[in-house]
Design a protein around this ligand. Structure first.
Ligand SMILES: [Cu+2]
Length: 139
């Protein structure tokens, strides 16, 4: 009788331990799951607050123009990434929506002497001599 009881008690603690271990496992699994959901959400949020604008800049022709714009525009608040297409004279700016607007970026480019046009999809490159002379004019 006594032997049976001890066995039962041992069995009970063993089951209890097993249950606890299972609970712990579930809690860990939940935590891991939540963390990965959080990371995904944060990624999605970052995408939602980011936008991009494409400008056609008629007097941007050469690497010097690009370097000049790159240097100045990256100092602007909210600018995340730049993609230059010198051949098409197009500049894509990836920016944070809460920190800046396409209008502010356009004004910043204008201050550098580059008139940015937002009809980038329909605009044609203009590599005329007259345009070339105004290239990097503030230098
Ligand atoms: Cu230039």
């Amino acid at each position: 009788m006594k032997k049976y009881q001890t066995h039962r008690v041992q069995n009970k603690t063993h089951t209890k331990f097993k249950l606890m271990r299972n609970k712990l496992f579930i809690v860990i699994a939940l935590l891991v799951g939540l963390t990965s959901i959080n990371a995904q959400e944060r990624k999605a949020n970052a995408k939602a607050v980011q936008s991009e604008v494409v400008y056609f800049i008629p007097n941007m022709h050469c690497e010097r123009c690009q370097a000049k714009i790159e240097k100045a525009i990256t100092l602007e608040k909210g600018v995340k990434d730049l993609v230059f297409d010198l051949k098409a004279q197009k500049l894509t700016i990836v920016y944070q929506k809460q920190e800046t607007t396409p209008e502010k970026l356009r004004q910043a480019l204008a201050k550098m002497g580059y008139e940015a046009k937002s009809d980038a999809t329909t605009a044609q490159p203009q590599n005329s001599m007259r345009e070339n002379r105004s290239c990097c004019r503030s230098k």
